[in-house]
Write a protein that binds this ligand. Structure first.
Ligand code: GAR
Length: 213
């Protein structure tokens, strides 16, 4: 069974969705860069080992990422899962985990990389918004796309209501993507795309219907 390590910084609802999805993986540890991340308690309740690597205790990004990598590697994961881990990672770190580091981002990438994606989507007046699971590369919020879920943007949406609708899809999409990894159904092509080994293409796009008022 494949081993995964999940990195969080806060609430950890995506982590929780992964823990509760009965995936064919061993969650070896949950690591947070913040000691007060509420997700740590959720992980403990699920019987998962938790570790804190506080970024403030390190002299710069390189030192923090080296300490983080030491902790991760002590659990020998096949896959490292970023679940609301709000740190920019150094090129050396990303290189070390090439092909085995994935992230979920709350937008339909490549639109709205970075922060405040829901408010920015509303400000642009887009009609579709959503979330993306992708392998991590050295470009912020870019990298081979595994799956995307789209939600309609409604006329009376606020950043909060839109975020909630997207988050519900994140909780479906991320466990599905990790299941594919665990089942060896994901391959990376030389031109930086994800190829599915098996019939998952249809499930890599989720479109949530517009709810009737
Ligand atoms: C999620 O919406 C996730 O997509 C986002 O942070 C939230 C974490 O929530 N991640 C990013 O913005 C990364 N660029 P959670 O802690 O409840 O999973």
């Amino acid at each position: 069974m494949k081993r995964i390590v999940i990195l969080i910084s806060g609430r950890g609802s995506n982590m929780q969705a992964v823990l509760e999805a009965n995936l064919p993986v061993k969650v070896a540890a949950v690591i947070s860069n913040k000691a007060d991340a509420p997700g740590l308690e959720t992980a403990r309740r699920h019987g998962v080992e938790t570790v804190v690597v506080d970024h403030r205790g390190h002299d710069g990004r390189e030192a923090f990422d080296a300490a983080l990598a030491r902790q991760i590697d002590s659990h020998a994961p096949d896959l490292v899962v970023l679940a609301g881990f709000m740190r920019i990672l150094t090129p050396g770190f990303v290189e070390h985990y090439a092909g085995r580091l994935i992230n979920i981002h709350p937008s339909l990438l490549p639109a709205f990389t970075g922060l405040d994606t829901h408010a920015r989507a509303l400000a642009e007046g887009v009609k579709l918004h959503g979330c993306t699971v992708h392998f991590v590369t050295n470009e912020l919020d870019r990298g081979p796309i595994v799956a995307q879920a789209a939600v309609p943007v409604l006329a009376d949406d606020t950043p909060e209501t839109l975020a909630a609708r997207v988050l519900a899809q994140e909780h479906r999409l991320y466990p599905q993507a990790i299941r594919w990894f665990a089942e060896d159904k994901l391959a990376l092509t030389s031109d930086g795309k994800v190829r599915f080994l098996g019939p998952c293409d249809a499930d890599s796009v989720l479109i949530s219907p517009r709810e009737k008022p």
